[in-house]
Design a protein around this ligand. Structure first.
Ligand code: ADP
Ligand code: GN1
Ligand code: MG
Length: 368
């Protein structure tokens, strides 16, 4: 849904922003929420920016529970960061309250809004052009995992049920095939065959959890490179953002999803598949950074299964894009009709390439 300038300005009035309103404009490349940057002038002419987001309530059907999670997690993180002598306004997201003292606002058309301090002098990247930013992201997500070790997991709501339940995601794809609401099934037989050939592998992570081989932790669950802010001067990871899916999960989800997005040679929606491959150097860099940072808590099984985390998160994401394509794109934001199909294809290409490099990938993980 698109908001008019008047609607946005009305929403802005309800938050406790400092200074004189200057402007509001769309911001970032997220696939889910509507994100805006809002600029205010402070006395003396300094500019203060905020992030304003309309929560996607098709995706997050209980926004109240979601905001409760975010408030708890950011409060917890602030304390840990303060204890370590860090700057919580920069190293964690900071919610801005409404004038009524709430963490979120429902407007006259029932949209749900929230606002954060803008993390300044930092950037979120759509692709790692070299391994340095990817190492920084690995350390930031490893540290995020570490900082939340003692967070009481039972206090978190599951904001999206079965978010990384790959067998369930595959089942959703089967239903979408049966329903074929967009008449697109006949055009994706190759992609469907690719997925179904790997059906027997989809339970690998959940089986390990059920057998007690790997522990349930509090995880981020959406560890794309563009969900971490990197310092513009030093390149170091500053702040992990996009906390909507922080829930109980496996560290392998976080490791795997980061590899899926960042250890690719190309963008998630690259159309020319000859340009898409699994970059072992980037994978090695991320593995090193993540394992080094979270080493004190990760178990041997979590390290051993790392390649499976990467492969299944990539396959699962491809399955989700393909399902959305078959359902006429209700979930992910798209810019053109085939966008989700293009995205699904890059994910399957990456899976195939991981398979062809499997022995080398496993060897590098065990070496690290
Ligand atoms: P989505 O769930 O749609 O991905 P995100 O919360 O990830 O939404 O926000 C989208 C983009 O907005 C991010 O990739 C980042 O570039 C930018 N962004 C989000 N929060 C902040 C923040 N507090 N400071 C600066 N930029 C931010
Ligand atoms: C979405 O919100 P964003 O753009 O950071 C999605 C992730 C997918 C990702 C694919 C809540 O992430 O699960 O892996 O797109 N987030 C949600 O790019 O579904
Ligand atoms: Mg995001």
């Amino acid at each position: 849904m698109h908001s008019t300038q008047a609607q946005l300005e009305n929403v802005i009035q309800h938050f406790q922003f400092d200074g004189q309103f200057i402007s509001v404009e769309p911001h970032g490349h997220g696939h889910i929420n509507d994100t805006y940057q809002v600029r205010f002038a402070l006395p003396g002419g300094r500019i203060k920016r905020y992030i304003l987001q309309r929560i996607n309530t098709r995706v997050f059907q209980n926004p109240q529970a979601l905001m409760e999670n975010i408030a708890k997690v950011t409060t917890f993180l602030r304390r840990v960061i303060e204890q370590n002598g860090g700057d919580p306004d920069r190293e964690s997201l900071t919610l801005i309250q409404t004038r009524a003292g709430e963490n979120w606002l429902q407007d006259s058309v029932r949209s749900i809004w929230r606002a954060y301090l803008f993390i300044e002098n930092a950037v979120s990247l759509q692709q790692a052009d070299s391994i340095e930013p990817f190492i920084s992201a690995a350390k930031a997500f490893g540290q995020f995992q570490l900082r939340l070790t003692d967070f009481p997991a039972h206090e978190l709501h599951e904001t999206i049920a079965d978010f990384h339940n790959t067998p369930k995601r595959l089942n959703d794809l089967k239903i979408a095939v049966q329903q074929d609401v967009a008449g697109r099934v006949s055009t994706v037989s190759e992609e469907l065959a690719f997925v179904f050939q790997r059906e027997h592998e989809t339970g690998k992570l959940l089986d390990a959890l059920a057998q007690g081989t790997v522990p349930l932790r509090v995880t981020h669950n959406d560890t794309k490179l563009n969900n971490v802010m990197l310092d513009l001067d030093t390149g170091a990871g500053v702040c992990v953002i996009d906390l909507d899916t922080v829930m109980p999960g496996l560290s392998l989800y976080d490791y795997g999803d980061a590899i899926r997005f960042g250890a690719s040679s190309a963008d998630e929606d690259e159309k020319d598949l000859t340009r898409v491959w699994f970059d072992l150097d980037k994978a090695a860099a991320y593995t090193q950074g993540f394992f080094e940072t979270a080493r004190s808590i990760l178990t041997p099984a979590e390290k051993e299964l790392a390649p499976w985390g990467a492969k299944l998160m990539t396959l699962e994401c491809g399955i989700r894009f393909l399902t959305d394509y078959l359902q006429n794109d209700p979930y992910f934001k798209t810019k053109y009709p085939e966008h989700n199909l293009v995205r699904a294809r890059t994910q399957f290409k990456l899976v195939a390439d991981m398979e062809s490099k499997w022995a080398a990938y496993q060897a590098l993980v065990s070496r690290i």
